[in-house]
Design a binder for this molecule. Sequence first.
Ligand code: USQ
Length: 395
Amino acid sequence: MKHVLILGGDGYLGWPTAMHFSARGWRVTVVDNYFRRNACTELDTGMLYPTPTLPERARIWYEKTGHDIKVVIGDLADPAFMRSLFDERLRYDQAIEPGYSGLPDAIVHYAEQPSAPYSVMDYRRADITLTNNLRVTNNLMWAVRDFCPQTPIVKLGTMGEYGTPNIDIEEGWLDIEHKGRRDRFLFPRQASSIYHTSKIMDTDLLWFGVRTWGLTVTDLMQGPVYGVATDESAIDERLNTLFNYDEIFGTLINRFVTQAVIGYPLTVYGQGGQTRGYLDIRDTLQCVWLSVTQPPPAGELRIFNQVMETFSVNELAKLTQRVGRSLGHDVVIDHIDNPRKEAEAHYYNPTYQGLIELGVEPHYLTEDSLAALFAIVEKHRHTIRREVIFRGVKW
Ligand code: USQ
């Protein structure tokens, strides 16, 4: 039985990924320190519905499917904790039960602070973002180097590393001719938050590990994800992933649908021409699954742009309005002063072929798929808190 270690296994993507691998016959160990839940509690962000603790989710999953997901709670920014996951003899924390350690066949690394607004709120959160994201990545890199240098790492990156350059965005690399000579470099990166900058830095860390120690890494440059429902969450709604709609942890489409359901004018920032590549949460699972099961050649850094289609904020607002109105909601679009420093009208043309060539079959955003998301949010409409939707975190 193949073993995957999922770092950040309690998060929006981590838990669905754990179920996805478990359902396909993999032995799964999830590790998390509840950073996301604790930050949401501290900042009082609210969530659409409560999510059971990680051991409780694993218990429900076992009851429903007979598959065991092992849970380890701990802080991966602590190097001793990270290393103890790979070697039983280094076990120093009772949270890691005997038999939990061991060399994995693959590692999926989601264990990062994922919010751009969180990372620029104040110095403390900027520091938490950098410290957590870089230390966890560095700890992982060294642990893999020392215990299992052949094990492929799949690391979640972000399209935001590239920013919005006035040229086409290639998949990770750019061939440059300069004064008659040619070479290949990482595509230029220019992020617009501390969070996105931390992702550039951890790409660079792992690229160093690949060049120096021959590590094998796939970096998935992902756009904003939307949705909740996956094949595995359909088994029991308590297995649904967490859903944030607040300004700090909520992503655009999930926010717009929530706003539409409670009659809150859709919060288009500035002109609304900001264009990004989006994907359905089910496609994240396909991308990660295929990246793990079809690893790159040993000693390579492979980079994919993990998006399925591009939209501007205005296009998404109009689509949400159209679908919302057809469902009987009074949806109004508002343009508010952009709290972020970002281009509002820009060129955006990313390449995203690699994952399709690997076999991903996209779930495109349609009126029907958006209506399905409306149905989930409508079910919990009484829990939605208006006051957390916009609080004005400024860059
Ligand atoms: N936006 C609005 N109104 C809102 C919220 C956002 O107009 O109420 C705009 C933002 O200004 C931005 C775009 O919508 O131009 C996307 O914002 P977002 O909050 O959905 O996404 P972002 O902050 O970029 O971050 C999210 C995830 C992050 C991931 C990133 C991929 O939180 O973990 O890395 O999407 S990407 O955007 O491609 O960098």
